[in-house]
Design a protein around this ligand. Structure first.
Ligand code: ADP
Ligand code: MG
Length: 686
């Protein structure tokens, strides 16, 4: 018997049931055992029957006073009993569950959990029994002296119930022994008072008290986070082994003097923090976190300038071509007056252009190279790459970043993130990455006024946009999402035409969608930036980084389709100038999840708060999922709750790696890391 054996080896799991489990990703005995409960039904604190509120789920402790004879005449057999505690009697009804009825023994005491009804609903034709008593329907129950008073609740799929899973898990435990689990070394278990993993897994399914549950959970979370952090630390240390190229002090104030505005204190501070890093013997490894519009590009420009003064090139990698061009233009605007050559590398360069650009990069003539992931193509050879900046980092795989880094001789790295990552997550993803915060907006920015409305507001919204345009402003409209069976292009074009014909008349409006050629997109974007297009209708291609300070309205159709961080990003396209800006979220969705997002957006413009809410709403699994970061999925640790353990395990992981960088001395740990990272090939961990 091994933990990797198929679940069909467990008693009670047929082919049919195994297929249901497969839907939940549970295929082996180990999967089943680590299909941890999401919560518990708590039988520890029963209330008196007289105190049970109709309509609520209640826990009561009662004796079976009478078993009424079953009524099996109707389509659904009905089984009724009378229960009693000292306070009152209650009718207990099971539909279609002879099993439960038979299990309950007359005059014995049980604890029941179920929904309380008022006057019992009477299926057609059944006799009225129990009169005016309250009723508890299809309750779960345990014997009063059952030591397991917390019944696990699992993530389920149709055909499985909490009770079935729980019974299967119990059977699985019969097959295995504690030694079959790979565990942390004993010294660690002892030092941190952790349960052996086998025991912890058992206790988390069947805790006898909340206390026991908490301590089991801590043990499992600790193990999971420690292993994760060890893996991350190993990956990072591979990237950090080499020493960087220390830079010397140079005066960068000439840049500040040529700017059309005064840099914020936060910008200057961040630049100085980076420069201090770049003077050290290890490469800078820093995250610049700044909300949309906080002016991250200037920080990158200042550092590129500093690297240039030191004789090094800077590469700035961004996720889209539109952004690459914009950043190129901005950086060029900042740096050209200082005699620095910037260049742009994107996918669609013609052969001649490509040759020219590549040779400028190779000769070192170009100091600042802006581009998309086209920067990591083989043909791009740098002369002296000293600084790698990635913008909107959450869109790059870690692999792409390290590829670019490997084109230099241990360059300094700066990651710029517009989506503020909650601290706990940042710790995991970036570990000992240093963080600079742009926690100050450029002067004169007004908070964006945000509203959530239904589609019946559309006409008013269009009129409002026209008014803004007449006052000289511009607007974004994010298209409604595609109807089923219609392509993105068709639906965007249709919406655009309607707007044009029915609303905007001779006002110049433009359309951007993903199916357009790059050159077409660029043209439209250029016209919008220059102000000749007043309204930009767009699918979400404008999502990141685009900067048009004169735009003051962001209208988002089908707002329910976007996550909070995405909405915040979209909203960040406005509010970049001195005028009051507006963001309107249009949705007819009544789901609580949509409401929560709209409420958060209307309540706050603070990106950190929004990131925190996002994490809460979507759950760490989603935020943290391999899709986003290429990291392994966690089974039990919760990034929003397990802060203390994150910090504890981070310290421990650091000290372990310091003494034993490749975990050569601990086969247990090495094996655990390999297991957790087995699907994350992006990390090249094996
Ligand atoms: P983000 O942090 O979102 O990348 P950008 O770098 O695109 O922000 O900057 C947003 C806008 O603010 C740009 O138009 C930029 O020129 C402007 N800006 C940057 N720093 C300042 C400042 N200190 N004062 C005024 N405007 C600034
Ligand atoms: Mg930006």
């Amino acid at each position: 018997m091994k933990i990797t054996d198929n679940i069909k080896t467990v008693q009670g799991i047929s082919d049919k049931r195994a297929a249901l489990y497969k839907k939940l990703g549970v295929e082996s005995v180990g999967d089943l055992l680590t299909h941890y409960p999401r919560g518990y039904i708590d039988f520890t604190a029963p209330v008196e029957i007289s105190a049970c509120e109709v309509g609520e789920y209640c826990v009561i402790c009662a004796i079976v006073k009478k078993k009424l004879s079953p009524y099996i005449g109707s389509r659904i057999p009905v089984y009724k009993l009378i229960l009693t505690d000292e306070s009152e009697e209650i009718l207990c009804t099971f539909f279609n569950s002879e099993f439960s009825y038979n299990k309950l023994i007359l005059n014995k005491e049980y604890i029941f959990y179920g929904k309380i009804n008022g006057r019992p609903p009477r299926p057609y034709g059944t006799p009225l029994l129990g009169g005016e008593l309250k009723e508890i329907v299809n309750p779960l129950f345990i014997l009063t002296d059952d030591p397991n008073k917390l019944l696990p609740r699992y993530r389920l799929t149709a055909g499985l119930s909490h009770a079935i899973v729980s019974a299967n898990v119990k059977n699985a435990f019969r097959l295995i022994e504690n030694t079959m689990f790979s565990d942390l070394p004993c010294e660690i278990l002892e030092e941190y008072s952790l349960m052996p993993v086998g025991q912890a897994v058992k206790n988390i399914h069947f805790p006898t008290s909340m206390e026991e549950y908490r301590s089991a959970k801590r043990s499992l979370v600790f193990k999971e986070l420690l292993v994760l952090q060890l893996g991350m630390a190993i990956i990072r240390s591979r990237n950090r082994k080499l020493t960087g190229t220390p830079m010397k002090d140079y005066d960068i104030s000439p840049l500040y003097k040529t700017l059309p505005f005064k840099p914020t204190k936060a910008q200057v501070r961040s630049v100085n923090e980076c420069i201090a890093d770049m003077k050290k013997r290890v490469p800078m490894n820093r995250l610049l976190q700044g909300d949309v519009g906080s002016g991250k590009t200037l920080v990158a420009a200042a550092l590129a300038y500093y690297a240039h003064l030191n004789g090094f090139q800077t590469a700035l990698m961004v996720p889209t071509e539109i952004l690459a061009k914009q950043h190129y233009k901005t950086l060029n605007g900042f740096l050209e007056p200082l005699g620095i050559k910037c260049t742009l590398i994107i996918g669609g360069l013609k052969a001649g252009e490509k040759k020219q650009v590549y040779s400028e990069v190779m000769s070192g003539e170009a100091s600042v190279i802006v581009g998309t992931h086209a920067l990591i193509q083989k043909g791009v050879v740098f002369n002296s790459l000293g600084l790698v900046v990635t913008d909107e980092q959450h869109r790059f795989g870690v692999g792409q970043r390290s590829e670019l880094i490997s084109k230099g001789h241990n360059p300094h790295t700066l990651v710029m993130s517009a989506t503020p990552i909650p601290r706990t997550l940042g710790l995991i993803i970036y570990g000992d990455l240093d963080i600079s915060l742009l926690d100050e907006m450029p002067k004169g920015r007004k908070p964006i006024m945000t509203y959530g409305v239904g589609t019946d507001y559309r006409e008013r919204l269009y009129r409002f946009i026209i008014k803004q345009i007449n006052e000289g402003r511009q607007a974004y409209i994010v298209c409604p999402l595609i109807d089923e069976g219609v392509s993105e292009k068709t639906s965007a074009v249709k919406y655009y035409n309607e707007l044009k014909e029915e609303w905007f008349g001779d006002i110049e409006i433009g359309l951007l969608h993903g199916r357009m050629k790059q050159s077409e997109k660029d043209e439209v974007m250029g016209l919008f930036k220059s102000g000749s297009i007043k309204v930009l209708v767009s699918t979400t291609v404008i999502e990141v980084g685009v900067d048009v300070p004169n735009a003051t309205v962001m209208l988002i159709e089908n707002a329910e389709q976007f996550g909070l961080s995405q909405l915040h990003q979209l909203r960040g396209r406005v509010g970049r100038g001195e005028e009051q800006s507006y963001c309107v979220l249009v949705t007819d969705s009544k789901s609580p999840y949509t409401k929560a997002r709209v409420d958060t957006m209307t309540r706050t413009c603070d990106g950190f708060e929004i990131a925190g809410e996002d994490l809460k709403l979507r759950g760490p699994g989603d935020f943290f999922g391999s899709k986003q970061h290429g990291l392994p999925m966690l089974k039990i640790a919760d990034m929003t709750e397990d802060n203390d353990v994150i910090i504890e395990t981070q310290d421990l992981a650091r000290s372990i790696i310091k003494n034993d960088p490749d975990l050569r001395q601990s086969a247990e740990l090495r094996e655990l890391v390999a297991e957790l990272f087995k699907d994350s090939n992006e990390y090249g961990y094996n």
